[in-house]
Ligand binder design. Structure first.
Ligand SMILES: Cc1ncc(C[n+]2csc(CCOP(=O)(O)OP(=O)(O)O)c2C)c(N)n1
Ligand SMILES: [Mg+2]
Length: 678
């Protein structure tokens, strides 16, 4: 708790209106001092937020990660000062008044938009409109799933969201509310800041949507209230809590409420009010205090809320201590996978090296998942309606259904973006390791939420199959070309493109172990031979199988010629097979010694020390082979290298025809080599 709170005693009865005005004042003063930010939304929603926090929400600022706390998501992230003001008033340790005075400055806790991990109690990063509400759907689903496993005695909390017009206009919100309504996520309560204003002016400029009707159509419980009538808001929250469906509370508000001249105008959306209007607002709302000054009695009233949360947390801890579920819940929330998962994957690799199993890497992924899901139930799978193409379901996985959350497979529907956001929410909530599938090409649709997985450092695993022209007849609409470059350009995201069943199992292991980073598994539709035994260094030793996870270094020498290398062929995924065939051809037909480097994960290779990288890449000229765009490959092939891959969109035809048509063949690689070194 903030030390400021310790000495406070109630002085006089404080009204919730006073408490709300503290938010208004802190918001307008912080934005003014920063000369940047969004005062309108916090001022407009101050009353709703005050009622929610003062009467309902259970959070404990002294234990911000207490598992059964209510979740609060500020989906309208531009209103970040609402969250920071709340955190200061509630007494979060890291949110002193100085942080509000440093709003939006380098190194402060008070970043422009709420950022997960940046300050205590921020449940998710918001700012790209629509993400918060959609992430919250994942949180509310995780809550139901965790309750189904461990009981309502230990898991029983609400997810509250404040969303603006922008969040509801964004397409992702449609995916999210449809899924939430279908699954009857009754612990999800969304407040819509229905102020009919966005940046350009009145929302009537661009929408005629009947939002309550839209939510009703998606199966939500819907109420509309005056967002400045605190009793009405409270009554609506009570009713929402009783509903067996997710709830929308449309709160009719005035943006910049309290500002006598600018209130109701888009001018309060994203600019300081100015000294004169701030003075007039103080007068108007009866706030006689200096900037950043909150009188003790008002602060005390806020800190009492924190005490209520603390009492709730203590009661929960007692229930936990007495519960037979204690260990199971604690270990799930910690997200630690048992060693048996990795032992199973080790045995899996040994078996398939010996059998030289030839399967598509999507199939290999399914097989590896079989081993993973049999040894842990932390993993929860799903797909955006491509389950039997992505091969994401394994034996014994029951589906999650409305009113039945005991399963572990989620049919996300044809909602890639909503799926990705929901997985963020599931990961953030804790208790599960989410993975979900779609075609790699549709990473574009999921991209907004994938970026946030990376920014937030969440262990979300994207299973993206049909990863190139190798998918064949579905044609260029379905054939990713530029997607690998886009994903590789995303910071803090591991992009794995395994070449065979062994690398697939290795990459799954690495993804599961990446607790602070999302992963994308980029998988083929077409069959690929097992390359490890036939061509690796181990093949020449007595022991074909090694426990070493060779993919963990991002790239490794799969084939080293007996003679000094004349060329190094670097490839990923399905093109490693082509590189190996090219190397053999070069050797037998041209007596050219070619090494083959398999590079399943650029990011992990980048993290290796310079000596290792040098040894792998070698000093001979390099050729990269990947059935995708060249962008980025120059990093590895240098100025003197060559690239064999795609230079435009694909086409519709059987895969072998396409590889020939686009000249991604061993012959083409051999020809490129001859051109390069002779
Ligand atoms: C995906 C996305 N697009 C655009 C923006 C830029 N932007 C920030 S706030 C906003 C308007 C939001 O309107 P509303 O939600 O009604 O907020 P209010 O003006 O009522 O505070 C826009 C377009 C954004 N943050 N995210
Ligand atoms: Mg608005």
């Amino acid at each position: 708790m903030n030390s400021q709170a310790a000495a406070l005693k109630p002085v006089a009865a404080v009204s919730e209106r006073d408490m709300a005005n503290a938010i208004r004042a802190l918001a307008m003063d912080s934005v003014q001092k920063a000369n940047s930010g969004h005062p309108g939304m916090p001022m407009g929603m101050a009353d709703v937020a005050t009622v929610l926090f003062s009467r309902f929400i259970n959070i404990d600022p002294s234990a911000p990660n207490w598992p059964d706390r209510d979740r609060f998501v500020l989906s309208a992230g531009h209103g970040s000062m609402l969250q920071y003001a709340l955190h200061f008033l509630l007494g979060y340790d890291d949110m002193r008044i100085e942080e509000l005075q440093r709003f939006r400055q380098l190194g402060s806790r008070t970043a422009g938009h709420p950022e997960y991990g940046h300050a205590l109690g921020i449940e998710t990063t918001t700012g790209p409109l629509g993400q918060g509400i959609s992430t919250a759907v994942g949180m509310a689903l995780a809550e139901r799933m965790l309750a189904a496993r461990h009981g309502a005695d230990l898991v029983d909390h609400f997810t509250y969201v404040i969303a603006g017009d922008g969040c509801l206009q964004e397409g992702i919100s449609h995916e999210a509310i449809d899924l939430a309504g279908h699954l009857k996520l009754s612990r999800l309560i969304v407040f819509w800041d229905d102020n009919a204003i966005s940046i350009d002016g009145p929302t009537s400029l661009s929408t005629s949507m009947d939002q309550p009707a839209r939510f009703k159509a998606a199966g939500w419980h819907v109420q509309s209230v005056d967002g400045h009538d605190m009793e009405a808001v409270a009554a609506a929250i009570e009713a929402a809590q009783q509903s067996d469906r997710p709830s929308l509370i449309a709160c009719r508000t005035m943006i910049g409420k309290g500002a006598p001249n600018l209130g109701g105008s888009e001018k309060t959306h994203g600019a300081p009010l100015g000294d004169a209007e701030i003075a007039a607002t103080r007068e108007n709302i009866g706030w006689a205090y200096a900037p950043f000054e909150v009188p003790d009695d008002i602060l005390f009233a806020w800190r009492e809320i924190a005490e209520r949360g603390q009492a709730a947390r203590h009661a929960w801890e007692q229930r936990l201590a007495a519960s037979p579920q204690r260990q199971a819940l604690e270990s799930a929330v910690a997200g630690n996978l048992p060693d048996t998962v990795f032992e199973a994957l080790g045995a899996f690799r040994k078996e398939h090296v010996e059998k030289a199993t030839k399967v598509a890497t999507r199939k290999a992924s399914e097989m590896a998942l079989g081993a993973i899901n049999a040894t842990t139930d932390l993993t929860v799978g799903g797909s955006a309606d491509l389950t039997h193409s992505n091969l994401t379901i394994t034996k014994g996985m029951d589906r999650i259904a409305p009113d039945d959350y005991a399963g572990r497979y989620i049919h996300y529907g044809i909602r890639e973006h909503g799926m990705a956001a929901a997985m963020n929410g599931i990961a953030l909530h804790g208790g599960f390791v989410p993975y979900g599938g779609t075609f790699l090409c549709f990473a574009d649709y999921a991209r907004g939420a994938m970026r946030l997985s990376a920014l937030m450092g969440q262990r979300v695993i994207y299973v993206m199959t049909h990863d190139s022209i190798g998918l064949g007849e579905d044609g260029p609409t379905h054939q990713p070309v530029e997607h690998l470059a886009m994903l590789r350009a995303t910071p803090n995201l591991n992009v794995f493109r395994p070449a065979d069943i062994i690398e697939t199992a290795e990459c799954w292991e690495l993804a599961l172990k990446s607790k602070n980073r999302p992963s994308v598994l980029v998988l083929s539709r077409q069959n690929l031979p097992m390359l490890r035994q036939a061509h690796s260094v181990e093949a020449h030793s007595d022991e074909p199988h090694s426990d070493e996870n060779r993919s963990s270094q991002g790239a490794y020498i799969l084939r080293e010629p007996a003679e000094h290398r004349a060329v190094t062929l670097i490839a990923t995924g399905s093109e490693v097979e082509i590189a190996v065939a090219a190397a053999e051809r070069l050797e037998t037909e041209h007596r050219i010694a070619a090494a083959v480097v398999s590079m399943p994960c650029w990011e992990l290779f980048e993290e290796q020390d310079a000596d290792y990288r040098k040894a792998v890449l070698g000093s001979a000229p390099r050729i990269a082979i990947e059935a995708a765009a060249r962008l980025g490959w120059d990093r590895w092939i240098g100025d003197t290298g060559a690239f064999v891959g795609m230079a435009g969109f694909g086409a519709s035809a059987p895969a072998p025809d396409l590889y020939r048509h686009f000249d991604i063949t061993p012959e083409a690689v051999a020809a490129a080599t001859l051109k390069l070194i002779i």
